[in-house]
Write a protein that binds this ligand. Structure first.
Ligand SMILES: NC(=O)c1ccc[n+]([C@@H]2O[C@H](COP(=O)([O-])OP(=O)(O)OC[C@H]3O[C@@H](n4cnc5c(N)ncnc54)[C@H](O)[C@@H]3O)[C@@H](O)[C@H]2O)c1
Length: 480
């Protein structure tokens, strides 16, 4: 007998984070006939998603506010009422966090699946009728098996057997900072599964705005592994170019020239070839370490070592930047004022997870520097968490900049212009576009001489820095 077509009228997404929020907003925008409810345990996050003032949304993404404006209250809803949203849904996306395990078996590498397991149990308990369960979170290969087992066991407990589940993998490939554009015009959508009708029901959602030829369907395990592999390849490229940037600095080559030369080869391509302090964000490191863990688990230690080196180079690269700053500032930065420009892990996001700015700021604080931090989108409360146990000095930017500013502490600068008084060095860590247009001539005389600008993103106007009498270092170039 032919299976019945699955019609999706109600979607529930568990997890209102950097993936759940933007992804569901775009689905609601492009599918006005589908009711989309995004639920989360975190009440303050849900409140922020519901805030009248769109600048208070919990996530900054260009274009997100406009999508929310069109959809919220129409067919997009944010709530903490998880059980009710699951009960109503024909399709449940699981979009919760899957961080690296901190302790126990696989600590430091394997993904902690406790939030995934909790979701599976919630879906099992509250769902009604046939429910398509979609893994949106990035998961270790074969996690669908775990979800199926939890859902299946519940099916048996309920003897009336009124529940039926099907699990699909639909990893998210959006990049923070360009999430809305990526969701509206993705390179591809990947759907893994073994139930034709369920796959079709998800394909039908995406074809509301995405050409069918961009939708790739695979088996569950290929889909789960493809997400880990894609992130590993992207991160590997960043470590590769950063390793060559370090080489340029000793060999007298210039990383911009090398990137252009190698990127012109169509087999290599020009994307992701900018030298930087390293990759950050919640995913790259976590996903590679997960791949490393799984490789060892499946008896492939050489494969594990290969991918682990991508993470090692990333950590080494951040360390070498902090060391270079200390060495350049005559071997000591104790009591020196150093301005960090940019704290998010890349431009156009307020996300600081695994941001190289955290490691580098901590290194400078450990050396006793007075660190001033400016970022156009990151809040000081976030930096307080990130720089634990180093404390902040309040009001360090008030009328007397050096008063009360203790060595080895940091302070937050609300305004870019207020950051530079008495500074010995400025370190650019995030490629926010406004850092490219800083007028160094009006800043140099407010800094202490000899002043330095360290440009780890190659975005600063070098000529302007040098003509202002400041010294300049940029990543991937030799300086004598
Ligand atoms: N951030 C990215 O750029 C990105 C891109 C692609 C894929 N991913 C993957 O997507 C997943 C989510 O990432 P994120 O950045 O959105 O994480 P996040 O931490 O921003 O959001 C996860 C949310 O899930 C909520 N949550 C956890 N357990 C819950 C439960 N049982 N019930 C209800 N809510 C619960 C948390 O409160 C949190 O708000 C991860 O697996 C990540 O690897 C992230």
């Amino acid at each position: 007998m032919e299976e019945k077509k699955i019609i999706v009228n109600n979607i529930c997404c568990i997890g209102a984070g950097y993936v759940g929020g933007p992804t569901m907003s775009v689905i609601a925008d492009r599918c006005p006939n589908i009711n989309v409810e995004v639920v989360d345990l975190n009440e303050s996050r849900i409140d922020a998603w519901n805030s009248e003032e769109l600048s208070n949304l919990p996530i900054f993404e260009p274009g997100l506010d406009q999508v929310i404006k069109r959809t919220r209250g129409r067919n997009l809803f944010f709530s903490t009422n998880i059980s009710e949203a699951i009960a109503k849904a024909d399709m449940v996306f699981i979009s919760v966090n899957t961080p690296t395990k901190k302790k126990g078996l696989g600590a430091g590498q394997a993904s902690d699946l406790k939030w995934i397991e909790a979701c599976a149990r919630q879906v099992a308990k509250f769902s009604k009728g046939k429910t398509v369960v979609v893994e949106k979170s990035t998961l270790p290969v074969r996690t669908a098996e775990v979800i199926k087992k939890i859902l299946g066991s519940y099916q048996i407990i309920n003897e009336n057997n009124e529940k039926e589940f099907c699990v699909l993998s639909n990893p998210e490939f959006l990049a923070e900072g360009t999430a809305i554009d990526n969701l509206e015009n993705p390179d591809r959508v990947l759907i893994g599964g073994d139930d034709e009708n369920s796959i079709k029901s998800l394909v039908n959602i995406y074809t509301n705005w995405i050409p069918e030829k961009k939708i790739i369907t695979t088996n569950l395990w290929s889909s789960e592994l493809s997400k880990l592999a894609a992130n590993a390849f992207l991160a590997q490229r960043i470590s590769s170019i950063n390793s060559i940037a370090a080489f340029c600095e000793v060999a007298g080559a210039d990383i911009e020239e090398v990137s252009k030369a190698i990127g012109s080869d169509s087999r290599i391509g020009s994307n992701f070839l900018n030298a930087s302090p390293g990759f950050g964000g919640s995913c790259f490191k976590k996903d590679i370490l997960n791949l490393v863990y799984l490789s060892r688990y499946f008896g492939l230690p050489e494969v594990a070592d290969y991918w682990e080196s991508v993470v090692r180079i990333n950590e080494w690269n951040q360390k070498r930047i902090s060391e270079l700053i200390v060495k350049t500032l005559f071997g000591t930065i104790s009591g020196k004022k150093i301005v960090i420009l940019g704290f998010s892990f890349k431009a156009n996001t307020n996300d600081t997870r695994e941001s190289p700015a955290i490691r580098i700021s901590k290194d400078l604080l450990e050396e006793g520097a007075k660190v001033v931090i400016y970022d156009p989108k990151v809040k000081s409360s976030q930096i307080i968490n990130d720089l634990e146990p180093y404390s902040s000095t309040e009001n360090c930017l008030s009328t007397q900049p050096h008063k009360n500013f203790i060595d080895g502490t940091w302070c937050f600068s609300e305004h870019l212009e207020d950051s530079f008084d008495g500074a010995d060095a400025v370190v650019v860590l995030t490629e926010w576009p406004n850092f490219a247009t800083i007028k160094w001539s009006s800043i140099a005389n407010r800094m202490r001489s000899p002043g330095w600008v360290f440009d780890s993103r190659r975005i600063v106007n070098e000529k302007d820095v040098l003509s202002s009498g400041l010294n300049y270092w940029s990543i991937g170039r030799k300086y004598n």
